[in-house]
Write a protein that binds this ligand. Structure first.
Ligand code: BG6
Length: 482
């Protein structure tokens, strides 16, 4: 759907997220004709660039990403740049004047900065009158570093922008497969009757990355994998799998159901943290045959207890999910880039087959988020041909790219335009963010009290062996059939 011309202001406009995700997302929407040419994208950061310098930086990024040069040249005039330090007064008058050049435009202020700057930036936006009804603010995760700091930020931002103007982004909610989970669960009669502790043995959620720290050491080393990935993306995925059917797709209908799941998570704290969680940190290793340095070698001072890997076992204490473990794992510098949700069903109650038929396996529904988004349903069938009844485990396999012949849009493409349209369904409501921190805080506290260093794992592996033990102790294994 087309939108009216708008202004997107990116604070942190030269940062990793802006260059890797936000600007390419805008470019792709522009190429598809969804970003009107009168729109403006204003990069703001401390670097002393001008419009030309910024355009040339973005030109290189888009060209590296394979953008056609005539399209890139058509896109670049939308870009503006203003040097600004969120903590200093100078430059804000000029900034406000630049934004005010287009009073009719919807204004999206995207705070792709450290959360410590959110309040300063919002206060200044407010004091320059830039928080009117056509303004929206987008907050990148993680919001804060624990519940208390998150609440301070949320309240301070809330004094400048109303809840309907505030978009707390979790880009995992914009991924096609995650939205497809809604279609799959609630658009088919097949799954929902089985979607409970009576039929599901366990759920696995894996988000594995091959990337290391890159340019983000300053942020990442203070955050770690639990804050960076679990508090937001992983818990949001868990909510989408576990929530009760919402009555509609109205923003609050969906968010109310997700919130109930967060409230029902069983606490993980001092008493059980050692059994239920594993933290790891990568050492040097090889990924796709290429040597990569260890985490500590990527840091300036070479010291850190920050985890780059987390595995944990969560449980949802409610009627639907009692006793069904949700195993979560995420890490940097793992063997391959892979994100998936695996719903493992219980085995049949009784086998009618001889032992010679081979073992009966569980049905598994695998939702692949990346790379190659798609859905696989593992079934047991008879091996074709004579030679008796031998059982085989095979997938019904659907790749979205093959089935629909289109490149899947990046999550940010969808979400940025949702902000312009004012649709908050795929954004986190304040109480969701708080509930997620409420569950995460005791884990952080228990880790802090235990004071143990993260377990080492080689870059290019699947994390510390303790993560394998976490699930194998329960007689289960991480999915390897993707
Ligand atoms: C971000 C995290 O939110 O998500 C990064 O801060 C991580 O550390 C990224 O690399 C992963 O996103 P995606 O879409 O590449 O899986």
């Amino acid at each position: 759907l087309p939108v009216d011309p708008f202004d997107l202001v990116i604070f942190g406009g030269t940062g990793d997220l802006a260059l890797r995700k936000l600007l390419p997302a805008m470019f792709h929407r522009f190429v598809d004709g969804q970003v009107p040419a009168a729109s403006r994208i204003i990069g703001v950061a401390r670097e002393g660039l001008d419009d030309a310098g910024y355009r040339s930086l973005v030109r290189d990024v888009l060209a590296d990403g394979g953008g056609a040069s005539d399209r890139i040249e058509a896109f670049l005039p939308l870009l503006r740049y203003l040097p600004l330090d969120a903590r200093k007064d100078e430059g804000w008058e000029a900034f406000a004047a630049l934004v005010d050049e287009q009073p009719e435009h919807i204004r999206v202020f995207y705070l792709s900065t450290s959360p410590e700057l959110f309040v300063d930036i919002c206060n200044r936006l407010g004091s320059h009158g830039l928080n009117g009804p056509n303004s929206r603010v987008v907050l990148e995760k993680p919001i804060g570093r624990d519940l208390a700091s998150a609440m301070c930020i949320i309240e301070a931002v809330g004094r400048v922008f109303s809840e309907t103007q505030t978009f707390r982004i979790d880009h995992y909610l914009g991924k096609e497969t995650v939205q497809n989970l809604l279609a799959l669960r609630f658009g088919n009669a097949l799954f929902e009757p089985l979607w409970n502790a009576g039929h599901i043995d366990h759920v696995q959620i894996t988000v594995a990355e091959t990337l290391g720290l890159g340019r983000r050491a300053g942020y990442y080393d203070r955050a770690g994998a639990l804050r960076d990935m679990v508090q937001n993306h992983m818990l949001q995925l868990l909510c989408m799998v576990a929530m009760e059917p919402p009555a509609s797709l109205a923003p609050d209908a969906v968010r109310d159901e997700k919130l109930k799941v967060l409230h029902a998570l069983k606490p993980v704290d001092m008493r059980n943290v050692a059994q239920l969680t594993v933290r790891g940190q990568y050492k040097a290793g090889a990924i796709d045959g290429e040597r990569v340095p260890g985490y500590l070698e990527e840091l300036d001072d070479g010291h850190s207890n920050t985890e780059t890997f987390v595995a944990l076992k969560a449980e949802i204490a409610n009627w639907r999910w009692a006793g069904v473990p949700f195993y979560l794992r995420t890490g940097k510098r793992l063997a391959t880039r892979l994100s998936e949700i695996v719903v493992a069903f219980k085995s049949v109650p009784h086998s009618i087959f001889d032992a010679s038929a081979g073992p009966l396996a569980h049905n598994r529904l695998v939702l692949r988020l990346q790379p190659d988004e798609g859905v696989k349903l593992w079934l047991t069938i008879k091996h074709p041909g004579p030679g008796g009844l031998r059982l085989r485990h095979v997938p019904l396999d659907m790749s979205f790219a093959e089935a629909f012949g289109v490149q899947q849009p990046d999550a940010y493409e969808r979400l940025l335009l949702d902000v312009v349209r004012g649709n908050p369904t795929l954004f986190m409501r304040r109480d969701e963010v708080e509930a997620a921190w409420r569950w995460i805080d005791p884990i952080l506290a228990a880790w802090g009290a235990a004071g143990e260093p993260p377990r080492p794992y080689a870059a290019g592996s699947w994390g510390p062996s303790a993560a394998v033990a976490l699930i194998e102790r329960d007689g289960r294994t991480w999915n390897e059939d993707s």
